[in-house]
Write a protein that binds this ligand. Structure first.
Ligand code: FES
Length: 85
């Protein structure tokens, strides 16, 4: 397994929303499985951003990254190495 895969797996387990205990995997599941398309969709489906709101920019960035990945996968283009840091 290369370092990109290890970093990707580690990132998916890290908390994105501390108030609701949500990781990237939770946000990703809402987008990929439940078709969340907006920050409001993600908030409604997962509860992310509904506590202190401090994670809003991180969740929004993550949502944008996942949507870009989906677009690139659908178009056959390579994925962009976007990160939350
Ligand atoms: S950290 Fe997500 S609502 Fe507080």
């Amino acid at each position: 397994m290369n370092s990109d895969n290890v970093n990707s797996r580690r990132r998916r387990r890290e908390l994105v929303c501390f108030c609701c205990g949500l990781t990237e995997a939770h946000i990703r599941a809402a987008v990929e499985n439940r078709k969340a398309r907006t920050l409001r969709d993600v908030a409604f489906m997962t509860g992310a951003t509904t506590g202190c709101g401090g994670c809003e920019s991180d969740v929004e960035l993550l949502l944008a990254r996942i949507k870009l990945e989906q677009r690139d996968l659908n178009s056959g283009q390579l994925q962009l190495p976007l990160r939350l840091e």
